[in-house]
Design a protein around this ligand. Structure first.
Ligand SMILES: Nc1ncnc2c1ncn2[C@@H]1O[C@H](COP(=O)(O)OP(=O)(O)O)[C@@H](O)[C@H]1O
Ligand SMILES: O=c1[nH]cc([C@@H]2O[C@H](COP(=O)(O)O)[C@@H](O)[C@H]2O)c(=O)[nH]1
Length: 360
């Protein structure tokens, strides 16, 4: 797509009923030149027809992991090295996929770029993600690979004991692969990435000049380090306490350390920082405003997916121009809904449920 075509497409995206004359005035081109570019955009498949209806209007793009989550919870404590009766569940997961699913449930147009294996698990993951309302046309099934699996074992109180991720196919999301599925990157209102992406792929993305605001999820302490060279390119970052300490290079020992930590992130170029503090709530910071939100009193059914639902709430609030305190409350409500559900994502999530919850 040429620069002029990009200009025209983004003006049409803002106002699909815009006239060719107005397009010409906005872009400094003659009406004839505009008509020519519109014809080319239609030919290339970006415009569907009269009225300039955009093909696949994209609000949010998510690039990240798509996993099968297998979770085991024993009924009682036991000895290490022994097996125990309990429940084992299998649900769709993966940080990027979870965020995309939650965003679709919150009512947004969202496309997920991800990689699975050419196997039954991959088919089920794509099907479940599509049923939740996500555009799955950019999830590729790679032959010769198994779909990614995240295996977690909780204790009888539902706290995470240990988890293992087996995600080699995720490495297939190479710069070349991403280049092929992101010609329209500049059209989305936000790009959400997770650190399941390799360092080379993150480097490719962060060096692009057509990035919309980037929301980054650290995924885990082991993977958070991948973001360190790119903090100046990130609009919104959501680390938990451990991940924030690791990136900051100092340990957050108490509440009193949070403002200094947030300042450091803002100095690196982050506009919005949200540190998830587990059962201690959520710390939110923009350069001129900070808030420490106390936790909601809830009964936790499963800890998995809370941070991902929180991230979806952050994107949702940003698209809706919410002030910081509302943003934190909405995002925390999304996280709590995930925590109250047995499984990674709560199908009861919607913009209405969240509004009712924060106004209750
Ligand atoms: N036990 C809990 N009770 C109440 N709220 C919780 C609890 N655990 C987490 N939360 C809420 O969910 C958010 C995300 O959870 P957390 O486990 O910190 O996410 P992450 O996946 O980022 O580590 C927290 O910031 C907090 O608001
Ligand atoms: O290295 C990774 N670990 C874990 C996940 C995903 O993170 C979710 C659970 O993490 P949390 O409890 O932090 O929300 C699961 O869906 C799991 O598949 C992932 O994408 N990559």
């Amino acid at each position: 797509m040429t620069e002029k075509e990009k200009l025209i497409l983004s003006a049409i995206r803002q106002n699909p009923l815009i006239s060719q004359k107005e397009l010409g005035q906005q872009s400094g081109m003659s009406r004839e030149a505009v008509a020519h570019h519109i014809m080319n955009l239609t030919r290339k498949g970006f415009i569907r027809g009269k009225g300039y209806l955009l093909n696949n209007p994209l609000e949010v793009l998510v690039i990240g992991g798509c996993n099968l989550d297998i979770q085991g919870i024993p009924l009682q404590h036991g000895q290490a090295g022994d097996s125990l009766p309990g429940t084992v569940t299998m649900t769709p997961g993966g940080v990027g996929r979870n965020i995309a699913e939650n965003l679709a449930r919150l009512g947004h147009q969202v496309r997920l770029i991800s990689a699975v294996g050419e196997d039954d698990a991959g088919k089920q993951l794509i099907q479940a993600t599509r049923s939740a309302g996500v555009d799955t046309s950019s999830i590729k099934a790679f032959s010769g690979f198994r779909s990614p699996v995240y295996l977690s074992v909780l204790d009888p109180e539902h706290e995470l004991l240990q988890a293992i991720n087996d995600m080699s196919v995720t490495e297939q999301m190479t710069p070349e692969f991403l280049a092929g599925c992101t010609p329209d990157l500049h059209l989305s209102q936000a790009l959400i990435i997770d650190t399941n992406l390799s360092e080379a792929t993150l480097t490719y993305l962060f060096q692009r000049q057509d990035l919309p605001p980037v929301f980054a999820d650290c995924v885990s302490a082991a993977k958070a380090e991948r973001l360190k060279p790119w903090l100046h390119r990130i609009h919104t970052l959501k680390p938990n306490r451990m991940e924030a300490s690791l990136l900051w290079g100092q340990e957050i020992q108490s509440e009193a350390d949070l403002p200094a930590c947030a300042n450091w992130f803002h100095e690196q170029g982050i506009s919005q920082l949200f540190i998830s503090l587990g059962e201690e709530g959520l710390y939110a910071s923009r350069s001129d405003e900070q808030v420490l939100l106390p936790p909601e009193q809830i009964t936790v059914a499963s800890v998995a997916g809370a941070g991902d639902a929180l991230m979806a709430g952050l994107v949702h609030s940003w698209i809706n121009h919410q002030p910081l305190v509302n943003t934190a409350r909405i995002a925390q409500a999304c996280a709590c809904l995930a925590l109250e559900h047995h499984g990674t994502n709560n199908p009861a999530l919607s913009a209405e449920t969240i509004e009712q919850r924060i106004n209750a």
